[in-house]
Design a binder for this molecule. Structure first.
Ligand code: ADP
Ligand code: MG
Length: 282
């Protein structure tokens, strides 16, 4: 599927950008104690957003440190996508502060370009460019945004396609490959920008069941390598396996935060219990 909004298209093929050096909080993943001592990679404080009169986010506060894996879950319409989309400015908040890699998200375009170079995003519907080969989907942003010369961008793309175990698909077009393969291309494409944090918005929910595992395996491997990740997903096995924290949202608020073990076995709020009951009964 092609990008669903002009902003997403802009994100993927961004025009020339000055990629600012990232702040110290965006260094490589550290041991958790050391990472916790540094400023968080992502910090949201009192974040609210409205669509017209409808308040979609209501005073969110969330810190994510280097190397952390945060699972964002909650009922449909609770504001999960909006939350992660505003972390790379695909959406704008109207109240509160959002800081990513030490840079506050404002209308300053230089900040937005710098953030987008550091924050990789994987969408439910892949958002690959259908008229470009897998390889060209992967080299586009590094060449346009980071000015990486084509030979180097191709070498990097091939390394990440190897990493997601589909180097043989480099010359194929998105229409020629399966959903699971498309999502692995989307992950490789995001990694080609060498982001400091990866955001996933229900990356397996549009896939046929037999393809879910190959994508989750790729995400698990990325998590084990120390990538900082925020994943909107209802895949409980994945959440238990790699999640440091589950953040449960409802009606635009963070209702409950806990370890996956505690959250799934003994949710503290009635809303979380009811949500989990519905998940399990399906
Ligand atoms: N562009 C928009 N305009 C108006 N309402 C929107 C828009 N995008 C999302 N919403 C509404 O905001 C709420 C939260 O949406 P979303 O963040 O997509 O939730 P989730 O990802 O948890 O399902 C929903 O009620 C949705 O209908
Ligand atoms: Mg959503």
């Amino acid at each position: 599927m092609i990008p669903t909004s002009s902003t997403e298209a802009g994100l993927l093929s961004a025009s020339a950008a000055t990629v600012a050096a990232s702040a110290t909080s965006c260094g490589a993943a550290l041991e958790s104690d050391a990472a916790a001592a540094l400023p968080p990679i992502i910090s949201m404080r009192g974040v609210s957003k409205w669509y017209g009169d409808f308040r979609v986010l209501d005073g969110l506060a969330l810190d994510v440190h280097a190397g952390e894996k945060v699972i964002l879950c909650g009922p449909s319409g609770s504001g999960k996508s909006t939350t992660i989309r505003l972390l790379n400015r695909l959406e704008q908040h109207q109240k509160g502060t959002v800081t990513v890699c030490g840079i506050e998200l404002t209308d300053d375009n230089r900040n937005i370009e710098a953030i987008r170079a550091d924050v990789g995003m994987v969408f439910q519907h892949f958002n690959l460019f259908p008229h470009l080969t897998v390889l060209d989907n992967c080299v586009l942003s590094p060449m346009l945004v980071k000015k990486v010369p084509r030979p180097e961008a191709e070498a990097r793309a091939m390394a990440y396609l190897e990493r997601v175990k589909i180097p043989q698909l480099a010359g194929q077009y998105p229409g020629q490959i399966s959903g699971g393969q498309k999502q692995r291309v989307a992950i490789a494409r995001a990694l080609c920008m060498q982001p400091k944090v990866m955001l996933f918005d229900e990356p397996t929910s549009a896939l046929d069941p037999e393809m879910v595992k190959e994508v989750l395996d790729t995400m698990v491997s990325l998590a084990r390598d120390g990538m900082t990740m925020i994943c909107v997903t209802h895949e409980m096995g994945f959440a238990r396996d790699v999640g440091d924290r589950v953040v449960f949202m409802d009606e635009g608020r963070i209702v409950e935060t806990d370890t996956p073990q505690n959250f799934f076995s003994a949710p503290k709020t009635e809303r979380a219990r009811s949500f989990l009951g519905q998940l399990i009964s399906h």
